[in-house]
Design a protein around this ligand. Sequence first.
Ligand SMILES: CC(C)(COP(=O)(O)OP(=O)(O)OC[C@H]1O[C@@H](n2cnc3c(N)ncnc32)[C@H](O)[C@@H]1OP(=O)(O)O)[C@@H](O)C(=O)NCCC(=O)NCCS
Length: 173
Amino acid sequence: MTVADLGAVLAIEAQAYSHPWTHGNFVDSLAAGHLAEVLEGDGGRIAGYFVAMEGVDELHLLNLTIAPAGQGSGLGSALLETVLAHARSRGLAQVWLEVRASNARARALYARRGFDEVGLRRGYYPGLRGREDAVLMRRVVAAPPPAPTRGPATATVAAAAKAAGRGGTDGVE
Ligand SMILES: CC(C)(COP(=O)(O)OP(=O)(O)OC[C@H]1O[C@@H](n2cnc3c(N)ncnc32)[C@H](O)[C@@H]1OP(=O)(O)O)[C@@H](O)C(=O)NCCC(=O)NCCS
């Protein structure tokens, strides 16, 4: 995503949300170097996008949106897989996100893609009738790589992995 995409992105935001991100929100994200990509549909038109912020060992998904006309045809799931692939390729262990408590469709999408509901942020979002809670969701995407150890230390790592039910030191999902 670049600033040149923001006209199309903001048009989708306005259709998709009661409280859309502003031009300034996107510009700030791009300036901060957040991971931001658009999904191109027919004729090169923007069909969806995501914005995510990389942390030390995690990716925080800030925005994932599919244009209403294209919703329900698998694009959101595909874009979420792209986000997870980015986390994996960067060696980030977890992906975090907040979702409106009332957004049952998005909560179900994330839950089916391995996200757990791990917390509630009360009054996090502006709503049409007062503030609305956010559900905090997290997906573990990879274990940190095993430390390169030798001798007894290696045996200890292997035993710990076995005890944890992993049966080895490969990354897990
Ligand atoms: C949430 C959103 C990103 C999902 O994208 P999408 O392209 O519509 O979703 P998909 O077509 O990949 O479908 C995802 C799941 O929802 C189901 N679904 C599709 N259309 C649906 C509908 N109208 N009602 C309920 N479920 C529906 C699909 O069957 C699919 O189920 P599965 O996970 O078992 O395969 C998209 O609807 C969107 O942008 N919504 C508005 C913005 C938003 O809420 N963003 C998330 C903020 S955290």
